[in-house]
Design a protein around this ligand. Structure first.
Ligand SMILES: Cc1cc2nc3c(=O)[nH]c(=O)nc-3n(C[C@H](O)[C@H](O)[C@H](O)COP(=O)(O)O)c2cc1C
Length: 146
């Protein structure tokens, strides 16, 4: 069965909550098999075997990924693996009060594209008040999976 994997990078639960929301919504509103996973539990090899990759991530420190997403981001930076059998979209949350606004999301988006993954949607970068943007993004994503 076709699958969608919602993967989250999250330090204090905001991005995780959105990923879980996306997982529930897509389970109820698509015929795809949907799973929600911590980016800390996913390897580049795992990514290769996925069909549709949705990443929801925050940014920490000075433009750093949240700690659960650091290893996979670094592995993607150092890999030559071909992800052209996958498709992806990234929803980034952050705060525009930081100079490196949504940098972790920008990095994931660029690295997945570089690895050949096919783009499902433009990168979204949401500020503290992300609920409406997320609902709009999720609905546009869901429309691709009916
Ligand atoms: C210490 C600290 C550093 C942060 N650094 C950044 C940053 O560099 N860029 C950014 O866009 N947001 C930054 N943020 C904002 C977080 O990404 C934002 O609060 C987000 O909602 C946290 O989501 P999470 O709970 O999923 O980790 C920072 C927040 C804190 C508290």
């Amino acid at each position: 069965m076709n699958n969608i994997s919602v993967l989250y990078g999250s330090e204090t639960g905001n991005a995780q909550g959105l990923a879980e929301q996306a997982g529930d919504y897509l389970k109820n509103n698509s015929r795809y098999e949907v799973s929600v996973k911590d980016l800390g539990d996913v390897s580049v090899d795992d990514l290769k075997s996925l069909e549709n990759i949705l990443i929801v991530t925050s940014t920490w420190g000075d433009g750093e990924p949240p700690s659960n997403a650091g290893k996979i981001l670094e592995d993607l930076q150092n890999t030559n693996e071909d992800l052209s059998n996958t498709s992806f979209a990234v929803f980034a949350i952050g705060s525009s009060s930081f100079p490196q606004f949504c940098q972790a999301g920008i990095d994931f988006d660029a690295l997945l594209e570089k690895a050949g993954s096919k783009r499902l949607a433009d990168l979204e970068m949401a500020d503290d008040d992300y609920s409406d943007m997320f609902a709009t993004w999720l609905s546009a994503i869901q429309a691709k999976f009916v």
